[in-house]
Design a protein around this ligand. Structure first.
Ligand SMILES: Nc1ncnc2c1ncn2[C@@H]1O[C@H](COP(=O)(O)OP(=O)(O)OP(=O)(O)O)[C@@H](O)[C@H]1O
Length: 358
C-alpha cells in the first residue's frame, strides 16, 4: 500500500508475535545438500558452488519477520529465489536449514499431519496459473477448499456466495472457468483463497500473465480486499511498480540472498546498493518519497503556530498542493513533534529531478 499521512510507516522490526518468522533459512538444491550445508562449501558464491558441486543455492541465510496484517512483498529478478522462498514458507519444499514459524507455530519442526493442519488453517495461496477446476462452476471452485475441509454443503455454499460478492463476481456463480476472462478467473482464485478464512494469503506472481489494465484492476482489488479483510499478505513479484504499490515493506532478493528490506520510500530514497539503485532509478520519486526524505532542519523564526502542519509520512505529491499554496515553509511533524520544515523549493527539487528522468 502506498503510504499516506494517516498511515504510519511500518516498522522494520515487529513487536509481539510475527505472522511469519523466518530465521537462518537455507535451501540448497541437490542430493548432498545437507553435507554441503555443514561444510565450508556453503560459503561459496552461488556460481562457484554450482561449478564445484553441481548444487544450486536457492535461498541463502534468509531472516525476516512479517507483522500481522502487513503486506510484505518479495521482489527480485528471475532466478533470485522468490518462488523457492514462498514455497519454503509453507514447507512445500523442505529447507536445508533454518526455522519458519507461522503465528508462532514452528512448521519446520512439525510432523506431516500437524503441517497439513497448519497449512489449511493458516495459509491460502494464489498462483499465476489459477489452478481452477475446469468442470466445476465458479461457486463450486470457490467452495472447493471448504469441501476438502469437510464443511457441510449449506455452510460452504453460503460462504462461497459471500466471497463471490466480495470479489465482484455476482452473477457469474454458475459460469465455468473457461467462460471467464483472465482477470475474472484470478478473482475466482482470490475468492477461493479467502473462502477458508486463512490468517495469511501468499501470492506467487499472481498477475504476471494478465494484460496491464487488468493487472492494475487486480492490484487495486488486492488493496481493497486488504482494507476490508485485513489479512497478512506475502506477495511475490518481479515488478517494482507492483511492489511499491502494494507493499508496506519490500524484501529485495538477488541470488537467493536478501539485499534490502524496507518501506517503499526507504527503498527508493536509500537503495542498499547498485542493484537496488538500478531497479528504482525510473521510479517517479514524488509518488513514493515521503516528506521525511525531503524536509530540512528548521531555521530560527521561519515557522510559527500559524504555519501549515504536514505529517512526515505523507507522500510528497500529496503534500505538494498545501506547500505550494502556502508560499512559505510548512511544519513537518511526527506525531506531535515538529521534526523539520518543507517549502516549495524542497518539493520542486524532487519533482524537477523526476522530470529529468523522462
Ligand atoms: N528443484 C530445483 N532444482 C534445482 N535448482 C532449482 C530448483 N528450483 C529452483 N532452482 C534454482 O534456484 C534458483 C532460484 O529459483 P526460483 O524459481 O526460486 O527463482 P525466482 O526468483 O522465483 O525466479 P522466477 O521469477 O523465474 O520464477 C534458480 O537458480 C533456480 O534455477
Amino acid at each position: 500500500m502506498t503510504l499516506t499521512a494517516d498511515q504510519p510507516t511500518s516498522d522494520t522490526s515487529t513487536s509481539g508475535e510475527a505472522a511469519v518468522h523466518v530465521s537462518g533459512l537455507w535451501k540448497i538444491f541437490g542430493p548432498k545438500a545437507d553435507a554441503i550445508m555443514k561444510s565450508d562449501d556453503a560459503q561459496l558464491s552461488r556460481k562457484d558452488l554450482q561449478e564445484k558441486t553441481g548444487h544450486v543455492v536457492g535461498i541463502r541465510d534468509v531472516s525476516f519477520d512479517v507483522a500481522p496484517g502487513e503486506v510484505f512483498v518479495v521482489m527480485g529478478l528471475s532466478g533470485s529465489g522468490k518462488s523457492t522462498l514462498v514455497r519454503l514458507l509453507t514447507r512445500l519444499i523442505e529447507p536445508t536449514a533454518g526455522v519458519v514459524k507461522l503465528y508462532g507455530e514452528d512448521i519446520t519442526a512439525m510432523g506431516d499431519k500437524a503441517l497439513l493442519d497448519t497449512r489449511r488453517r493458516r495459509v491460502s495461496m494464489v498462483f499465476q496459473h489459477f489452478g481452477l477446476l475446469p468442470h466445476r462452476k465458479v461457486i463450486d471452485n470457490i467452495a472447493f477448499g471448504l469441501e476438502v475441509r469437510g464443511e457441510a454443503k449449506g455452510g460452504r455454499r453460503n460462504r462461497a456466495q459471500e466471497m463471490v460478492d466480495l470479489v465482484g463476481l455476482s452473477g457469474y456463480e454458475n459460469n465455468f472457468p473457461d467462460q471467464l476472462s483472465g482477470g475474472m478467473q484470478q478473482r475466482v482464485g482470490l475468492a477461493r483463497a479467502l473462502a477458508s478464512d486463512p490468517d495469511i494469503l501468499m501470492f506467487d506472481e499472481p498477475f504476471s500473465a494478465l494484460d496491464p489494465l487488468i493487472r492494475r484492476d487486480m492490484q487495486n482489488e488486492v488493496i481493497r480486499l486488504h482494507h476490508e479483510v485485513g489479512k497478512t499478505m506475502v506477495f511475490i513479484t518481479h515488478d517494482l511498480a507492483e511492489a511499491l504499490k502494494l507493499g508496506d515493506r519490500i524484501l529485495i532478493m538477488r541470488d537467493g540472498e536478501i539485499i534490502q528490506i524496507g518501506t517503499p520510500d526507504e527503498v527508493v530514497a536509500a537503495p542498499a546498493d547498485e542493484y537496488v539503485r538500478d531497479f528504482v532509478s525510473d521510479v517517479p520519486k514524488s509518488h513514493v518519497l515521503t516528506l521525511k526524505w525531503v524536509m530540512r532542519a528548521e531555521q530560527p523564526g521561519e515557522v510559527d503556530a500559524s504555519s501549515p502542519v504536514l505529517q512526515a509520512g505523507q507522500i510528497v505529491r500529496d503534500a505538494a498542493r498545501v506547500v505550494i499554496d502556502h508560499h512559505g515553509p510548512c511544519r513537518v511533524v511526527d506525531g506531535d513533534k515538529v521534526v523539520g520544515v518543507v517549502d516549495e523549493e524542497d518539493i520542486l527539487r524532487v519533482v524537477v529531478a523526476e522530470e529529468g528522468l523522462q
